[in-house]
Design a protein around this ligand. Structure first.
Ligand SMILES: NC(=O)c1ccc[n+]([C@@H]2O[C@H](COP(=O)([O-])OP(=O)(O)OC[C@H]3O[C@@H](n4cnc5c(N)ncnc54)[C@H](OP(=O)(O)O)[C@@H]3O)[C@@H](O)[C@H]2O)c1
Length: 327
């Protein structure tokens, strides 16, 4: 990769992105003014231009290429759209072609760059092929968001009426740990070389509050997400040393993110809370569930080249969940 070409691409991305979001003056129209000075017609105050440029320079991802595993799920689709809105080309990765192609097409229709990419995060061969396909399409990979995961199967959740040490839970625990932990480790290995080789890159793993707090019934999921957080720290140290800080690894630790298929667990059709929803809200000082979009600004901060000194971190995005467990 040619680093100068990268920088030129990034600057072009910044300019073209800026031109999409800040109205441009036509020829012969009034002057750009400082904030507070007279601003006739459609002049854009200098302060706005400077601050828009500052935000682009700080958080813009023009010229960058991101892969989002689980990229069309509840959270993944918000992250894919957020990265694309910040200027990155986004490979939306999941097991189902129709779903990944559909989201990619939607992002493209909104003016972004995206491609659907099919792979199972537990299949290294398929991940290697996906990596090749993304490089072929966009030429590089700068960002990997490991978002694929979840509760795996209902059997991985221990019901109060079940014996603790039961065979079904034993097997389902293996499945849920594989999906959430190995499903983060294997894509990191598949995309890591290309990401590190392009002059630097960022990996963001999606962990969970379940890594830190005991959530009844979800032992395997909790253990896997705790593993994801420790994997994040381990990989952060190793990449920082080997690539002189040019590769960074962080995690986001969402609390209760509600929407789509999981909404009925917490909210009734009329918007009132289910008994589980009430129990959860009682432990969220912010008084509301999270939305997938709540995760986008922290993701952009972690992915920004200007966030270059942040590595090995786990960023909770949870409205203060469980910070005040007592009265
Ligand atoms: N929602 C929450 O409250 C919450 C809270 C904390 C953490 N999280 C974490 O956030 C992440 C996303 O969760 P979500 O709520 O958005 O769930 P979701 O809507 O079920 O999304 C999960 C995504 O992962 C993909 N996926 C599952 N197994 C896969 C596999 N083997 N290979 C490739 N892709 C696979 C799914 O697509 P396919 O099945 O079509 O492949 C889907 O796109 C998960 O890691 C979850 O643990 C969620």
């Amino acid at each position: 990769m040619d680093p100068d070409a990268d920088e030129a691409g990034r600057q072009r991305g910044v300019r073209s992105h800026l031109s999409r979001h800040v109205p441009q003056r036509g020829r012969g129209e009034g002057q750009v003014t400082a904030q507070g000075s007279h601003n006739a017609g459609n002049e854009i105050p200098l302060f706005w231009r400077v601050s828009a440029l500052f935000l682009e320079e700080t958080f813009g991802l023009g010229g960058k290429v991101a892969v989002v595993t689980g990229g069309y799920g509840l959270i993944g689709s918000a992250l894919s759209r957020g990265l694309a809105a910040a200027g990155a080309a986004v490979a939306v990765l999941g097991r189902h072609k129709e779903a990944s192609d559909a989201l990619a097409a939607d992002i493209v229709a909104s003016g972004g760059k995206s491609v659907g990419t099919v792979a199972d995060v537990l299949d290294s061969k398929a991940l290697d092929a996906a990596c090749d396909a993304v490089v072929k399409r966009f030429g590089r990979i700068d960002i990997l968001v490991n978002c694929a995961g979840g509760g795996a199967t209902p059997a991985a959740r221990l019901r109060p009426d079940q014996p603790l040490f039961n065979a079904e839970l034993r097997e389902a625990t293996r499945t849920v740990i594989d999906l959430n932990l190995m499903g983060t480790v294997l894509p990191t290995f598949a995309f890591g070389d290309v990401l590190a080789g392009g002059g630097g890159g960022v990996i963001v793993n999606i962990a969970s509050a379940a890594a830190r707090y005991v959530s009844p019934g979800v032992m395997g999921y909790s253990a896997a997400k705790a593993g994801v957080e420790q994997f994040t720290r381990w990989m952060a140290v190793e990449t920082a040393r080997r690539y002189e800080g040019r590769v960074r690894v962080n995690a986001i630790e969402p609390g209760y993110i509600v929407g789509g298929k999981n909404r009925p667990r917490y909210q009734n059709d009329d918007g009132s809370l289910t008994p589980l929803g009430e129990a959860v809200i009682a432990h969220i000082p912010a008084g509301r569930f999270g939305t997938p979009e709540d995760l986008v600004p922290p993701l952009l901060m972690l992915c920004s080249p200007r966030g270059g000194y942040v590595t090995g971190g786990v960023v909770p995005v949870n409205g203060g969940f469980a910070l005040a467990p007592g009265v």
